[in-house]
Design a protein around this ligand. Structure first.
Ligand code: UDP
Length: 140
């Protein structure tokens, strides 16, 4: 087992419905520690950079519009195997395929408005964390 840090976003559909605490509670119950957190209004440039890997996909414009439509909560989560653990707690991208008890099964509205983002690898976690947090903002 390895102590890891991953990057998480509580998305606009969830902040709009006041679900930050409920989602954080699921993270904490599953052994993920919130070691940095801030509520921000993402700019279009930030969202485009963050999701650059999807820039050729048909949903890219809608995704950027959604991510900038309301505040988000960006977070660093720490725990044993945090990257995989967080992906498990989030559930499948499409909420209709998400397992019982996952964030997306409980709260997501659609494949686009799916309440949370989580890094898909340790390498991407480091890149994504650095996009939103300075080192001294993370307190483990
Ligand atoms: N997305 C979408 N339509 C799709 C697939 C993805 O709007 O058909 C959005 C959705 O918000 C998703 C994000 O794009 O969370 C990134 O997609 P990815 O496949 O990386 O899913 P994730 O890693 O978030 O589960």
């Amino acid at each position: 087992m390895a102590l890891e840090r991953t990057f998480s976003i509580i998305k606009p559909d969830a902040t709009n419905r006041n679900l930050t605490g409920a989602i954080n509670s699921l993270f904490e119950k599953n052994g993920l520690r919130i070691v940095a957190q801030k509520r921000i209004q993402m700019t279009t440039a930030q969202a485009e950079t963050f999701y650059a890997v999807h820039s050729a996909r048909p949903f890219f414009g809608e995704l950027v519009e959604f991510m900038t439509s309301a505040p988000v909560v960006v977070q660093v989560l720490e725990g044993e195997n945090a990257v995989l653990k967080h992906r498990e707690v989030m559930g499948a991208t499409n909420p209709s395929e998400a397992a019982e008890g996952t964030v997306r099964k409980e709260f997501a509205l659609s494949i686009g408005e799916n309440s949370v983002h989580g890094s898909d690898s340790l390498e991407n976690a480091a890149i994504e964390i650095a996009q939103f947090f300075a080192g001294n903002e993370i307190v483990g």
